[in-house]
Ligand binder design. Sequence first.
Ligand code: 6PG
Length: 251
Amino acid sequence: MDRFNRKTPEILTFEDPDTYPESAAGWIADRLRELASRKEGVSIGLSGGSTPASIYRALSRNTPGAGIPWRRITFFFGDERCVPPEHEQSNYRMAKEALFDHIPIDGFRVRRIRGEEPDPSRAAALYEELAPESFDLLLLGMGGDGHTASLFPGSPALEEDERKFVAVTAPVYPRMRVTLTPPVIAGAGLVAVLIKGREKARAVYEALSGEYNPVKTPIQLALNGTWILDGEAAAMVGEICCERTEDPLEI
Ligand code: 6PG
């Protein structure tokens, strides 16, 4: 606990930006194997974004021999842009191209948010019925403004404490989105925050050291998780008191 009486996350730093996707994928693979050794079915919530995409590609590249029981994993999404699944902005399309197309799963185990629904509130309500009570592993990205999933600073969705998924308007294109809400992050078994790049260093620092105010800095909702950073995103972390490791991981 820090001076704001909140948790500080476990911080893993993989210094080399070039091998960061493999190292982060190795951490995820370890968690999936552990979860599958304890449970018959494992649920994972996927994030959109370029950093998660590079990690999904690393996961799919290294999957032969990695011993990940893909057929026992059900894939969900933490947010979606309100576009059809084949659209270039679709998080489902990104995950399909980066991961699903390359691993042995059947379509039944991929539960996407219906971005093509004309009414995003209905898409959110439908997804609430599909989503598990809680995710075993929830992957989140972070934007330079501290947003996570499609919870942007100041969003009314940050005040939501009952619904699990809601429709939101984002300040960036595509503006209509469906996103998970704070209780979903709080209720997940494991939360991993995947952050890479120099342009995120200040936001990481502010989230970890600034006053606890998730309405201003939504990623603070994930202070209960493991933050997996590359050396550039972690550039200012040394100035605050957080656990830090630098062990390279292999899938
Ligand atoms: C999305 C996200 C979003 C994303 C971050 C980080 O659908 O865009 O779920 O929260 O993860 O913006 O994205 P980058 O890794 O591309 O910066």
